[in-house]
Each structure stands twice: as C-alpha cells, then as structure tokens.
Design a protein around this ligand. Structure first.
Ligand SMILES: Nc1ncnc2c1ncn2[C@@H]1O[C@H](COP(=O)(O)OP(=O)(O)OP(=O)(O)O)[C@@H](O)[C@H]1O
Ligand SMILES: [Mg+2]
Length: 266
C-alpha cells in the first residue's frame, strides 16, 4: 500500500533529516509514528503526499511513485490529511459547505455531493450542525468537521499529524474513537502523535530519531524494551501507574483493555 525504499531527505544539505529510511505499511494497518520534536515526522507525512520529494530513494503510494509528476494527482486522491489546527483548514461559513467545498475541488458530481457530505458528517457525529459556522464550534467539533471533509473525499489512507494535540480530553477521545472506527472499516491510518497514551492501540509503532527508524513493531514491545525517556517521550499513564505499583508484564492485557474501555464509554 505504501512503501519507503531507502529514502534520504534534507531541507538544507548540511542538515540531513531522514537517512536511509525504509518501511512498508499494508492496507488496513493502524500505524503510530512517534519521535522527538523535529525528528522528521511531519516531513514523512509530506513525503507520502508528494509535497516533498526524496533526495534519494523512492516512495510508492498505492502503486504510484511520488517522484512521477503524473502520479501525484492520483496519490493526493488516495491520501487524506488531518492537521493539528482545524482552523487552518476552514474556508467556508457552514459545516455542510466546508465538506462540500472539498468535494467540489475534486470534481465530484453535484448530485453525489450532498449524500457524501452528509454520510461523512454522520460518521463523525456532526450531522446536526450542518448550518453552524465552523469557527463557532468547539475545538473537538472543528476537528471532527475537518475529518468529515477528508472522509467525504474517500481516501484510502488518512494521516493524522498531531490532530489531537490541541484538543481537550473529550475532543481527543472523540477523534481517537473516529480513527479507530475508520480503521475497523478497513481504512489505513497513520497517526503522528506526542501522546503516548494514544499509541497503545496502534497495530504498529514507528519511532523516528536522528534520521533513522529506531523501532518498528508492536507498542507493547516498544514500551517493554525501549527507554522512551531517551527520545523525549513518556511512558503512557496507565503503564506508569502499573510500574509504580510494581506490576508490569502480567498487566499488559489489562492496561490495553482499560484504555479501550475508557474510549468506548465516551
Ligand atoms: N521548510 C523547511 N525548511 C527548513 N527546515 C525545515 C522545514 N520544515 C521543517 N524543517 C526542519 O526539519 C526538521 C524536521 O521537521 P518536522 O516538521 O518534520 O519534524 P517533526 O518530527 O514533525 O517535529 P514536531 O514534533 O515538532 O512536529 C526540523 O528540524 C525542522 O526545523
Ligand atoms: Mg510535526
């Protein structure tokens, strides 16, 4: 579905950002990308979308090469982005128009637009706010509208780049629940985050640091084997709690379950 093959990237030659990065993400995977500030996570997202092109190596997105200008349009139809600040993404004056606007841009037939917008707004539970002004919504609601605008375009991969980091706990929980709902329906999800509590439910975690992939595997293995503090990251709250009480390995299943329960009740 998506592969980086020996990718090198820099903005300024003397300061390499990514050095020989290779990984493959399969269709339907939920992958979290973590790493210290400035390690290149957003750069990876921009490389996937073809906004940036590798200096060396290749990136394939659903059988299209980001280096081929003719492939870029097709890649952008398959990859949706949700950023940190939903405000930056709004252009129109109503929630419905906001979602329709994206569809006009990709030339969806007029008769299809309304249905697609409405069903996307239903998925994020914002279908009762069709006429609301996007700027007057809460942070979490704004982000849900931004997600709906992406879902309506029917991408195959959605990249969430710190999309929960400006939200309050309730807003974060709702966005995470939507991400997992989309994943359960088969969408490939890439979740770039600083919140380590959020990565416990990912299928897979990539740790980027000093231009390299320093870990690629299951979150459980990550937290049991990697000194997360070395990468300016924290252990998830639930794990810290168990470690404080001297319980570690045996409770693995519990902390995952506990967090799942917390999300599903909100
Ligand atoms: N347009 C640019 N020109 C020059 N340098 C850049 C540019 N964009 C990013 N950088 C630098 O490249 C490095 C990687 O940036 P990037 O935004 O990918 O990091 P990040 O891992 O997403 O960081 P954060 O956790 O803060 O979001 C940083 O040192 C950043 O300052
Ligand atoms: Mg970033």
């Amino acid at each position: 579905m998506l592969s980086f093959d020996h990718v090198y990237f820099y903005y300024k030659k003397e300061k390499p950002i990514l050095e020989d990065i290779s990984f493959t993400i399969q269709q339907g995977e939920f992958v979290s990308i973590v790493g210290p500030n400035g390690c290149g996570k957003s750069t990876i997202a921009k490389l996937i979308d073809g906004l940036l092109i590798p200096k060396k190596g290749n990136i394939q997105v659903v059988n299209h090469d980001t280096k081929k200008p003719n492939d870029l349009m097709k890649i952008r139809q398959k990859v949706g982005f949700v950023f940190q600040n939903p405000e930056d993404q709004f252009i129109t004056t109503s929630v419905l128009d906001e979602v329709i606007f994206g569809l006009e841009n990709i030339r969806v037939p007029r008769e299809e637009m309304y249905d697609r917008a409405l069903s996307a707004l239903k998925i994020v539970d914002m279908n009762n706010y069709l006429d609301s002004m996007p700027h007057e919504l809460s942070g979490g609601q704004k982000q849900r509208v931004a997600v709906a605008a992406i879902i309506a375009m029917k991408p195959e991969i959605i990249i969430f780049d710190e999309a929960t980091s400006m939200l309050d706990p309730k807003g974060r929980t709702q966005i995470l629940a939507i991400m997992h709902k989309l994943h359960n329906e088969g969408m490939t999800i890439i979740h770039i985050t600083h919140h380590m509590d959020e990565v416990l439910q990912a299928d897979r975690l990539l740790l980027i640091a000093k231009g390299k992939i320093c870990f690629d595997g299951e979150p459980e293995t990550f937290f049991n084997t990697v000194q997360v503090e070395d990468y300016q990251l924290q252990q998830p709250f639930a794990i810290r709690l168990h470690q404080l009480s001297g319980q570690t390995v045996a409770l693995k299943a519990d902390w995952k379950g506990a967090i799942r329960a917390q999300w599903s009740t909100n």
